[in-house]
Write a protein that binds this ligand. Structure first.
Ligand SMILES: [Zn+2]
Length: 191
């Protein structure tokens, strides 16, 4: 059973994905780099790999614990916000982590909730589900997945052009019902 979002949330997420692309001069089905979106929104991003502020033993810990769940967090001070994320992760995973953190900021989630031991914020379930949904939508809006299916993109092309994981692509295909939408379009134009 999927999470029950507030009415209109999924359409709102698609609109965000499209509007930000427009602001960045991209077409609605183009790849959008979350780092470019962050810089457009004036949100600095810091990795933990080469971070002079972090003590060396902390960096060493993350370097040696690739399976640790820390992916990213937001530091905020009134309207100033910055993202800290785990850049030991694979670049495609980093993209989805960054899009997730940006989603929290875009949706105006309360950033005053406490940070848990594992570095994640103790958000409620709905807040987390919204960020997960919008983060994935920013990277792969329905218009992009539809374009990929219609043009028979293979895994390599998706991973390289959009810099997203195959798992993320399959998740978006499933939740947006893109395969059926593509079939309907094909039927319409084949006649
Ligand atoms: Zn989150």
């Amino acid at each position: 059973m999927g999470h029950k979002f507030k009415h209109g949330f999924k359409a709102e997420a698609e609109r965000y994905a499209e509007e930000f692309r427009e602001e960045l001069g991209l077409t609605p089905d183009a790849p959008m780099c979350p780092r470019k979106l962050a810089s457009h929104l004036e949100i600095p991003i810091f990795g933990i790999k080469d971070n002079p502020v972090l003590p060396a033993e902390i960096t060493r810990y993350w370097a040696n614990h690739p399976k640790d769940p820390f992916s990213g967090l937001i530091i905020s001070d009134n309207c100033y916000k910055e993202i800290h994320h785990n850049d030991f992760h694979h670049p495609r995973r980093q993209n989805s982590d960054l899009a997730h953190e940006l989603a929290h900021i875009i949706l105006g989630h309360d950033l005053n909730t406490p940070i848990k031991d594992n570095g994640e914020r103790a958000y409620d379930r709905n807040t987390e589900e919204e960020a997960k949904w919008l983060g994935a939508t920013l990277l792969l809006p329905k218009k992009a997945t539809l374009m990929m299916v219609l043009n028979s993109y293979n895994r390599e092309k998706i991973e390289n052009e959009f810099e997203v994981s195959w798992a993320l692509y399959q998740y978006r295909l499933q939740v947006t019902d893109t395969v059926r939408a593509a079939k309907n379009i094909r039927k319409k134009y084949a006649a």
